[in-house]
Design a protein around this ligand. Structure first.
Ligand SMILES: Cc1cc2nc3c(=O)[nH]c(=O)nc-3n(C[C@H](O)[C@H](O)[C@H](O)COP(=O)(O)OP(=O)(O)OC[C@H]3O[C@@H](n4cnc5c(N)ncnc54)[C@H](O)[C@@H]3O)c2cc1C
Length: 411
């Protein structure tokens, strides 16, 4: 007898989303699918590290989707207009109908899934540091340490591991998307009359000073007329000293946005790898990697949350149908190839980041860009995206890539 049908290691975006989708298979042991080989709803155990160095800080997850989604209860805010601003203030703004851009905070998402776990007779949440996941002849053994030092040993039919990899796999190009954000509240005595446009999120504002390598931009998500998350982001080879992010944010909020006086009521900071490394998803017959460690992060943008949803739904459907519930490819091969070309062209300095992105948003409608980033565009549309970038340096990079070997990453 196994302790669980499914063990999920890590309760971040990927682990929680998969737990949610598997629980969605039903709250009883009744068969949820009629047909030969269909499985009953699984007994699921989700294990997350205790508060401390392994547990990530609160973060925001943004994504776009059509209409109302499954997580509407925890969507903090959504925007129907999106904009990109050029270095001289050009504004490419559009309503990418039918998509809305949405923001969820990780703590709210965790509470939302935990509430489901609490009422499910089949799901359980454990706190433990997992240090071993080993496939045996009849399943997978998960071992670790619970708070207080008690050992944890769980046997499961299937295990999904979302712990971050100790090191990124070999790659031809690895850049980092590193950023810091301030949640700002404008001061009521603000002498600069500046309110945020609450219907419009600014995805990339290139009015920031550009670094020697890579690119930088501001990101503004209005949360109310006088509140917003304002971030400074770089795509480059290495992170900055802490004070440089704050200096860049001071410059962006005062010199570029002209916000006047404000209080910072919260912050967020992160580093997301942008790499053409290959991330194995199947690491055993019954042992899989999900989330960022399973390659769900889109290399060109760092967006992960939407891919994690697609993957979790597919795993749950495969589980119900009786098939091997392996995570499917999170991004199409063609999308990954295009991203690899873009990363290499940026890294070598063959294309300037600002020209690359502003050219794209100038020529390709936002609605199509969002579909492209979701891997839902046709080959013709993808070619049009390719031709909206600086063609000669990109073609040179296309020719060069197959000759390059993936080598060990510094990160
Ligand atoms: C600040 C920030 C903002 C981001 N914003 C966005 C965004 O807006 N949109 C988007 O699409 N993507 C965003 N990303 C990228 C990506 O969505 C997130 O990094 C996301 O959290 C990745 O999900 P994950 O489940 O793979 O990893 P995580 O969410 O990091 O989850 C991994 C889990 O594993 C647990 N763990 C680690 N070690 C152990 C262990 N030994 N034992 C047990 N548990 C362990 C951790 O506690 C953690 O809960 C952001 C990333 C960061 C850092």
């Amino acid at each position: 007898m196994k302790d669980a049908d499914v063990v999920i290691v890590g309760a971040g975006a990927a682990g929680l989303s998969l737990a949610y989708r598997l629980m969605d298979s039903g709250t009883t042991r009744a068969r949820t699918t009629v047909g030969q080989g269909a499985r009953s709803a699984p007994r699921v155990v989700v294990i997350d590290a205790p508060k401390g160095p392994l547990r990530p800080l609160e973060r925001t997850w943004c994504f776009w989707e059509e209409g109302a989604g499954d997580f509407e209860d925890v969507v903090v805010r959504s925007w129907e207009r999106l904009c990109v601003r050029g270095p001289s203030g050009q504004n490419w703004e559009s309503r990418p109908h039918p998509w809305r851009y949405k923001m969820i905070r990780s703590s709210a998402f965790e509470q939302f899934v935990d509430a489901r776990v609490a009422v499910s007779p089949l799901a359980e949440r454990l706190t433990a540091t997992v240090d071993g996941v080993e496939e045996t002849s009849d399943g997978v053994l998960v071992s670790g340490t619970m708070p207080g030092g008690r050992p944890l040993r769980l046997r499961a039919n299937w295990v999904y591991d979302s712990r971050p990899l100790p090191k990124l796999p070999p790659a031809r190009t690895t850049l980092l998307q590193h950023f810091r954000g301030w949640f700002v509240q404008l001061n009521p005595t603000n002498d600069v009359v500046q309110t945020f446009d609450t219907d419009s999120a600014c995805l990339m504002d290139f009015r920031t000073p550009q670094p020697a390598h890579g690119l930088s931009f501001g990101y503004v998500l209005p949360l109310g007329p006088d509140r917003a998350l304002v971030e400074y982001t770089e795509f480059s080879a290495a992170t900055l000293p802490q004070e440089s992010y704050d200096a860049a944010l001071r410059h962006y909020t005062s010199e570029v946005l002209g916000l006047g006086s404000f209080d910072i009521y919260d912050t967020e900071q992160g580093v997301i790898p942008m790499t053409d490394a290959r991330f194995p998803r199947q690491v055993g017959q019954r042992l899989f990697r999900i989330g960022t460690s399973g390659g769900a992060t889109r290399p060109a943008t760092g967006y992960t949350f939407a891919a994690v949803q697609r993957q979790s739904r597919a795993i749950a459907a495969a589980y119900r149908s009786g098939a091997v519930p392996a995570p499917p490819r999170p991004h199409q091969r063609r999308s990954l190839t295009m991203d690899a070309v873009m990363l290499r062209a940026l890294d070598t300095g063959r294309v300037k980041g600002v020209d690359f992105f502003t050219g794209l948003f100038e020529q390709i409608p936002m609605e199509r860009m969002l579909r492209f980033l979701d891997g839902r565009t046709s080959i013709r549309e993808d070619l049009a995206v390719g031709f909206a970038t600086p063609v000669r340096p990109m073609l040179r990079t296309v020719a060069e890539l197959p000759l390059l070997r993936r080598s060990a990453s510094r990160h």
